[in-house]
Design a protein around this ligand. Structure first.
Ligand code: SF4
Length: 245
């Protein structure tokens, strides 16, 4: 069928595109992601996707980048972390509605999405929103759960040197990802400090053993020096003994 594939970024498009082409669909990619903040990030992800699509010979249509539209829908839940499922649902809805509107007015039969590649997304909610958006417009929802493709998408995108973002898209997710990275950094530092503390007695014992050895070597050197000095003094006092030797 003529299929519009809503794509969130280049890395997440790799496996869905491959698998949907294998199914025999005639595919156009739709980059419709007003959730992405800031604009430079939106453009970076878009350009990465477009370069990949161009190499594959797949057409890409771009939506209207409207952070305001996102702020008025998903963004209303931005200040309450407990509302994340609602925020993400509204976010999926806004993007999939835009894709489905485009599909309807441009003669597509069905709509699919790459959103399910990421294991950090709400797969069931994506399914519900895709099916609802398609049902409203008489389109076929080509829902596929691509979560199991995530490792391969990660491997291939790294191998291709593709830009890989480290947060979902919206300003809230950017901040959350930064906080999580900071928490992980603090955890790693604490674990390292605990390991060093646990190893401290062992290190102190090793250092004490080394100090003991140094002291023994020093005492031996001093003893030998004293012996040599005594011998020298003896020889000076008894030169005739020295000649007999
Ligand atoms: S975390 Fe991702 S899916 Fe959820 S609202 Fe933000 S950009 Fe949208």
């Amino acid at each position: 069928m003529r299929l519009l594939l809503h794509a969130c970024c280049g890395p997440c498009s790799l496996e869905p595109l491959r698998l949907l082409l294998e199914e025999g669909h005639d595919i156009t990619i739709a980059y419709m992601n007003s959730n992405i903040h800031p604009q430079a990030e939106y453009e970076h992800r878009r350009d990465t996707l477009m370069e990949f699509a161009r190499e594959q010979g797949i057409p890409v249509v771009e939506g209207v980048y409207s952070p305001k539209a996102w702020a008025n829908t998903a963004g209303v839940y931005a200040n309450d972390p407990a509302m994340r499922p609602w925020r993400c649902r509204a976010c999926y809805r806004q993007r999939l509605d835009e894709a489905c509107d485009y599909a309807l007015t441009n003669g597509f039969d069905g709509v699919a999405t790459t959103l399910t590649v990421s294991p950090y997304q709400y797969t069931d909610i994506i399914r519900e929103e895709l099916e609802a958006a398609c049902a409203l417009r008489g389109l076929v929802p080509v829902f596929r759960d691509y979560t199991d493709q995530y490792p391969e998408a990660t491997r291939r995108s790294k191998a291709l040197g593709m830009y890989r973002q480290n947060y979902c898209g919206c300003a809230v997710s950017k901040k959350e990802a930064e906080q999580e990275r900071e928490e992980r950094r603090i955890e790693r530092a604490a674990a390292k400090a605990a390991k060093l503390a646990a190893e401290a007695p062992k290190r102190a014992a090793a250092e004490a053993a080394r100090a003991k050895k140094r002291a023994e070597r020093q005492a031996y050197a001093e003893k030998r020096a004293a012996q040599r000095a005594a011998l020298k003094a003896y020889k000076q006092a008894h030169p005739s003994d020295a000649q007999d030797e």
